[in-house]
Write a protein of this length. Structure first.
Length: 207
């Protein structure tokens, strides 16, 4: 790895710290060549502290180490992306990240959709007479009908996917696949689970 430590006068390069599992950015630090070498040697992320003016291993006092998974170098050879498995909170203020965000997985639009399903689930728990007229959405109606109806819908959509998989219409296959995933996410919520719970099971199987 050909890191350009001479690009800045202080011999430091930015090191962006990212959780290898959730993909959340946790913090930003700086490394000189010595810190980079020590990080690779110990597998504990070590920075050069500009305030302490010395090498500083994250967690050396708190125990909240950043366990090294991988290091990537950017196209200009002067910025590092350091993938880690964190032990405990990362920020010195006690939060998961230095941006005070929870270090939870983000699956892009699926996470957004999961949030919408969650809001509809909460709405379904509201007494019908207290709901607004436009609150009776399709998802709310499914939650109202209960787990048996939701499970039935998942089964129906699964059959449709199998049928379309045997045909050559890719558009229909993708649409039925989307329907299946959507109703499965509703079923997960009805059972009190989410995508992250399924990912954990798959990760354990992978190990």
């Amino acid at each position: 790895m050909n890191i350009d430590f001479n690009k800045n006068n202080d011999g430091l390069v930015p090191a962006i710290i990212q959780d290898s599992n959730t993909r959340k950015v946790l913090m930003l630090g700086y490394m000189n060549e010595e810190a980079f070498l020590k990080t690779n040697e110990t597998k504990k992320v070590t920075f050069f502290s500009r305030t302490k003016e010395r090498l500083w291993t994250k967690g050396e006092e708190s125990g909240n180490f950043l366990n090294l998974v991988n290091i990537k170098l950017d196209c200009d050879n002067d910025t590092l992306l350091v993938e880690v498995n964190p032990e405990g909170p990362v920020c010195h203020k006690g939060t998961d990240t230095c941006w005070a965000e929870e270090n939870t997985a983000d699956y892009g639009f699926l996470s957004k959709l999961e949030g919408i399903i969650e809001s509809r689930h909460k709405l379904s728990e509201t007494e019908p007479e207290l709901r607004k007229e436009n609150d009776n959405s399709y998802v709310v109606s499914l939650f109202d009908k209960g787990i048996n109806k939701i499970a039935q819908k998942v089964g129906e959509e699964a059959v449709e996917v199998v049928i379309e998989a045997k045909d050559d219409n890719d558009d229909l296959f993708l649409n039925e696949s989307a329907d299946l995933l959507f109703h499965y996410m509703i079923l997960l919520k009805a059972k009190g689970f989410g995508l992250e719970d399924i990912v954990k099971v798959l990760e354990e199987r992978h190990k």
